[in-house]
Design a protein around this ligand. Structure first.
Ligand code: CRA
Length: 807
């Protein structure tokens, strides 16, 4: 598109919708008009893409995820359509800043953390690799809560992201379907002797899909992310007399559960899970029937992915649709189901492995429960004589009056993968070892990845431009090409350019910090960043202990030689997770204490930026020097902020956990700061049960002073929280071994303090991180899923030729 064409289109849209001239429009009108224009451009490609899938009968994957976290889409859509520069300069001509328009858009925050963001990086990559793939999820009226700090406490406010409407979505009334919940089901014998389930008193709700185009990177492909919203079917209107009664239905897709790695045992959550699973499966089968193919070909045309256990009811629901609704016999249907489905495990934290009480399942999804019972019965029978009774009992889906969702997902699918090498190995050796004995061929690893387009090309233009200058722009299509940067390891001029790009982003962040928190920070300081959900196992608290250590040292010795450091946190805690909230309060109080103490001479500053989300991540990550990845080894399945931060030249301080292990392998020991217990050592402690945090405390004077600060009034205003933290670390024996790893952590931090002073040495490390981040491209990850698990192939659509020029 030429500038003139863009202007003309915008003019027309502004007149038609707002009765405004281009020159008189404000950012909101301009944003919506530009959004409309983008949609018009992409709709044509979207239509062609799915027509092509249909006529070519391409095998497609459907990625079922209860969370998607796309963030803002304006710039990403412009980039992927190849018109980012044109639009930016066109707007500049009329004195409009594209960034200002981008700010109008609300973050689409339909997820908690890594799992939801991964799903969205995959959506971007699947389309960008030309793979036929769709998302299937829930269109929550309210996304993840908005976080504010009041007196240092987290306060949760509703996220009204739909208030001004969502410019990207298309409501597809004609594709709606009914989902049935509650009631009771009994089996009736038909004349031919067959048993048929008969349901009574069910509640029927309408699932209405809202589709969003997932635009591939300059390849003419647009895939679909389909999010379901609940409505009361017209036929049922009469049943709902009061607003309250209506609300019980409408609440089904009202809010995203703000629990990350915590099982949430609520009836509505279970209903939510079934709702999007059932609607998704029904619409897939409806599509398949249009192809007029025999049932046994279903797995040649359709792959369905279960992203964590939340969509695990795909197993019984697909069985229900095949057996109850389409008359297939059980064995045949089961064979198809296992071939179509695959499952990813995202956590080993016991509290996050979903288990639903049987009584609740019977209430919410009675027919599904019957099917699970039958799956369980047949599972036990089939394995008789092949495996020991013990093993069979331990792996059943039904145990202890609960449905074990992970068991259901593994048994009912052909592939189970973990999300980093060490995590997948732990699944095989410990967490899911029993299943590995039964189905060794089903287990595999797919290390997570990130979409470089968003996390470098869009979030960090200064660095992206330097990289273009050094190695040309081939990396924009092929992130692996970032490796070419290794040729500049000893090139001072190149290293300096990269440092200058970092400085630009640090200054931007410093301004943002000043604006939002009033705290002044210097871009000459080390920006030390820990951004992720707040969880005890992620050990934000250990970071805080280190800050307190520095605080005392500077207090004791004001002239101490230390590279100034700004510790930056971003984290939300689940509203019900009191311990995590206490840690937030403690960090905020320490921040206040440190930042207002003039005697520290700005040697350290602590900044906790509220409301961490995708957009905030895009501001923080490009400005980071140090990336904190300090979870207790074995606990973080993968992590993905580790990848985003390295891509932007931050150097990692890490335990050998999750993808950190692979990051270490990629950059080499010289370019990462590894410390702490290994996963094996952690398990040894579990076995020997001889860990004593009290002993470490008793023997270490420095640690004593730091921990005592939580209860002796040194840190103000944390009577309750300080005691809770103190007790967790001492009375309850420090579940995540903070005290055990602290010493080693401090040593690694001291090394960082030293190395950063040698700016070329540091820059070299930074470069090695950028150069090797191509190993963690979500493009490669989804290609591996496509080849090994989904068996889908890229389509090189006729539209490809139209793919416009660079972004
Ligand atoms: N919390 C893991 O903890 C991982 C992401 C994506 C998580 C992270 O280490 O990077 O998944 N697990 O694979 C999860 O949500 C329910 O489990 C996460 O985001």
């Amino acid at each position: 598109m030429t500038k003139e064409e863009i202007k003309k289109e915008l003019r027309q849209r502004l007149r038609d919708t707002y009765a405004l001239e281009l020159e008189d429009a404000g950012p909101v009108e301009l944003f919506y008009s530009l959004g409309g224009l983008i949609k018009a451009i992409s709709n044509e490609k979207w239509h062609k893409t799915w027509k092509n899938y249909l006529t070519e009968e391409q095998k497609q994957v459907y990625y079922f995820s209860i969370e998607f976290l796309p963030g803002k889409l304006l710039k990403s859509n412009l980039l992927n359509l190849g018109i980012l520069n044109e639009v930016r300069t066109t707007l500049a001509d009329i004195d409009v800043d594209l960034e200002e328009l981008a700010e109008v858009e609300k973050d689409m925050a339909l997820g908690n953390g890594g799992l939801g963001r991964l799903a969205s990086c995959f959506m971007d990559s699947i389309a960008s690799c030309g793979l036929p793939g769709n998302g299937n999820g829930i269109r929550y009226d309210y996304g993840l809560f908005k976080q504010q700090f009041v007196d240092g406490y987290q306060v949760e406010l509703p996220d009204e992201w739909l208030k001004r409407g969502n410019v990207w979505e298309i409501r597809r009334e004609s594709k709606a379907c009914d989902v049935k919940l509650f009631g009771n089901v009994y089996m009736k014998r038909l004349a031919n002797g067959k048993l048929q389930p008969v349901a009574e008193n069910q509640t029927t709700v309408r699932a209405v899909p809202y589709d969003t185009g997932m635009i591939g990177y300059q390849n003419g492909i647009v895939n679909t992310m389909r999010l379901w919203s609940v409505e009361i079917p017209i036929s049922e209107e009469a049943k709902y007399q009061s607003l309250d009664e209506r609300r019980t239905v409408e609440d089904l897709t009202a809010v995203l559960y703000p629990d990350d790695s915590q099982e949430s045992g609520r009836l509505v959550r279970l209903a939510q899970e079934y709702f999007f699973v059932s609607a998704g499966i029904q619409s897939i089968i409806r599509y398949y029937k249009k192809l007029n193919l025999p049932w046994h070909s279903l797995s040649e045309k359709i792959a369905i992915h279960i992203n964590d256990t939340h969509p695990a009811m795909c197993v019984p629901e697909l069985m229900r649709v095949l057996v109850d609704e389409n008359g297939l016999n059980w064995e045949f249907a089961w064979d198809i189901t296992v071939k179509v489905l695959s499952y990813t495990n995202h956590t080993i934290m016991a509290e996050a492995l979903e288990k639903w009480p049987i009584y609740l399942m019977k209430i919410v999804v009675p027919r599904i429960y019957q099917i699970i019972e039958e799956i369980d019965r047949r599972y036990v029978t089939t394995l008789q004589g092949i495996h020991s009774q013990d093993l069979i009992q331990r792996t059943r889906p039904l145990q202890n009056d609960q449905v074990y969702m992970a068991h259901l997902a593994i048994i009912g699918s052909h592939s189970t993968n973990g999300v980093a090498k060490i995590h997948s190995d732990l699944l095989k050796s410990i967490v899911l070892h029993d299943f590995y004995v039964i189905y060794p061929e089903r287990f595999n690893n797919k290390t997570n990845g990130i979409a470089e387009r968003r996390w470098l090309q869009l979030a960090n233009e200064p660095l992206a431009n330097v990289i273009d200058e050094l190695i040309t722009d081939s990396w924009r299509k092929t992130p692996q090409d970032l490796k070419l940067l290794m040729n500049y390891q000893n090139d001072e001029a190149a290293l300096t350019k990269i440092r200058e790009a970092k400085l630009v982003k640090k200054e931007e962040l410093a301004n943002y910090i000043l604006k939002t928190t009033g705290i002044e920070v210097s871009s000459n300081a080390i920006f030390d960043v820990q951004i992720k959900r707040l969880h005890a196992y992620k050990r934000q608290l250990m970071n805080l202990l280190h800050i307190l250590k520095l605080y005392f040292e500077i207090k004791d010795n004001p002239e101490m030689d230390i590279t100034p450091r700004v510790f930056i946190f971003g984290a939300k805690a689940a509203p019900s997770y009191t311990y995590a909230k206490s840690i937030i309060k403690a960090i905020n109080e320490v921040a206040n204490m440190v930042n207002t103490d003039r005697s520290l001479q700005d040697k350290i500053k602590v900044v906790f930026l509220p409301n961490y989300n995708v957009s905030l991540a895009e501001k923080i990550i490009p400005a980071a020097d140090v990336s904190e990845q300090i979870s207790l080894a074995s606990k973080e399945a993968s992590g993905t902020s580790n990848m985003k931060l390295m891509l932007n030249g931050a150097v990692t301080i890490a335990t050998l956990d999750g993808a950190n292990v692979e990051i270490r392998d990629a950059v080499g020991d010289d370019n990462i700061y590894i410390f702490g217990l290994t996963e094996k050592e952690v398990y040894d402690y579990y076995e020997k049960q001889d860990y004593s945090s009290q002993k470490i405390y008793d023997e270490d004077e420095n640690l004593r002073r730091i921990l005592d600060a939580f209860v002796d009034g040194t840190i103000p205003n944390i009577e309750f929280e300080g005691q809770e933290i103190y007790d967790a670390l001492l009375k309850f024996n420090d579940e995540y071994f903070l005290l055990r790893d602290f010493h080693d952590y401090v040593k690694a931090q001291e090394q960082i303090n030293q190395d950063y002073k040698d700016s070329m040495l540091w820059q070299k490390k930074s470069l090695a991180n950028i150069a090797n981040a191509g190993n963690f491209s979500a493009d490669d990850t989804v290609k591996a899923y496509a080849e090994d698990i989904w068996q889908i192939e890229p389509i090189f659509a006729h539209t490809e030729k139209e793919g416009t020029t660079n972004g």
